[in-house]
Design a protein around this ligand. Structure first.
Ligand SMILES: [Zn+2]
Ligand SMILES: [Zn+2]
Length: 335
């Protein structure tokens, strides 16, 4: 099969990905093999290609927003069968026995494995997945649209829950890209008032079109105090203005896996009156199932930009240089 592998991590314009020929993988016990139809291009793939995220295995195939159809179940599979349309997400395996797994917080597992980092991902014609970590995908969401739901959507949803927005509350969203525009739609459908802060005029327009109450510059104050806020932009300098925008008792959740340095905080302005600052780390399978059900119920709108599989290098470069208007998605199979 054809696939992309992380050859020598480095700047995206130097071509860190290699276009390779690989044997079609065989599913092991409890795994299914998927004929890949689409695979989303996530910023984490870019971090991996560029070496910000150290490769855990040389020559790994990136991609953790994988949509496809099971073409071969491995020995002992009991959940999925041939012909099922499924999604393969970032969380590929947890240990099931550490204190976090046992407490229902498998996103904090001390020995997890991730798709497209530890295990080969979906920048390829085939991929295998542990059937317990795959998701069945809602009918009515196409293969291209479903891909970004599997990481951008699920992580954004966890960030929304971590922000503890009260029913009918006022939510601030800082940065408005692939993950944020999905999260905003869930919050709006649940009755939130949403204020968006972003530097991009196009993103501000999209936010208002989706139903946001206001849209302003990245560090402008929102028109009213916020009960909760989510920081999607990987920009630490936005933490102080986002905390200052919170009402008493409000929570700011930082959604990204990377954040640039946070400037010194002023206790009175940024934290006192029980404001809370918290991070978001991966997700549980419960988060994933809840979000995919909600996305289908809400009729979520996904703005996706398709690329053929053999242009994955181009898709990553476009993402690096902010040239993608929406979520980049590799189209692999004949659909
Ligand atoms: Zn564990
Ligand atoms: Zn991702």
């Amino acid at each position: 099969m054809r696939a992309w592998a992380v050859g020598r991590p480095g700047p995206v314009d130097g071509g860190p990905l290699e276009w390779v020929e690989r044997p079609v993988p065989e599913p092991g016990p409890g795994q299914v093999r998927v004929r890949v139809s689409t695979c989303g291009v996530c910023r984490t793939d870019l971090h991996l290609a560029e070496g910000d995220l150290l490769p855990r295995r040389p020559g790994v195939v990136p991609g953790h927003e994988v949509v496809g159809v099971v073409d071969r179940p491995g020995p002992g599979c009991s959940v999925l069968s041939e012909g099922d349309r499924i999604g393969i997400p970032w969380l590929a395996r947890t240990c099931g026995t550490c204190r976090f797994c046992l407490a229902g917080a498998e996103n904090l597992c001390t020995a997890p494995a991730f798709t497209g980092w530890d295990l080969d991902g979906g920048y390829a014609e085939f991929a295998v997945v542990d059937e317990r970590f795959a998701y069945r995908l809602p009918d009515g969401v196409g293969d291209v649209e479903a891909a970004p739901l599997l990481c951008a959507g699920i992580i954004g949803y966890r960030a929304l829950r971590r922000a503890e927005l009260p029913p009918g509350g006022r939510l601030g969203i800082y940065g408005f890209g692939g993950s944020a525009h999905l999260t905003a739609q869930v919050a709006l459908a649940e009755g939130a008032t949403v204020h968006v802060m972003t530097r991009s005029a196009d993103a501000r327009r999209l936010a208002l079109e989706l139903g946001a109450a206001s849209a302003q510059g990245a560090d402008d104050p929102p028109p009213e105090p916020l009960d909760a806020a989510i920081l999607f932009a990987p920009v630490g300098t936005l933490v102080p203005p986002a905390l200052a925008a919170l009402d008493r008792g409000g929570t700011l959740a930082v959604a990204g896996i990377h954040l640039s340095d946070i400037p010194v905080l002023d206790y009175q302005r940024h934290l006192f009156e029980e404001r809370t600052l918290r991070s978001v780390t991966a997700n549980t399978r419960v988060d994933g199932r809840e979000f995919l059900d909600l996305a289908a119920a809400v009729g979520i709108r996904v703005s996706a930009v398709p690329y053929p599989l053999d242009r994955a290098d181009r898709a990553l470069a476009d993402l690096a240089h902010d040239r993608v208007d929406g979520a980049a998605v590799l189209v692999v199979g004949g659909g």
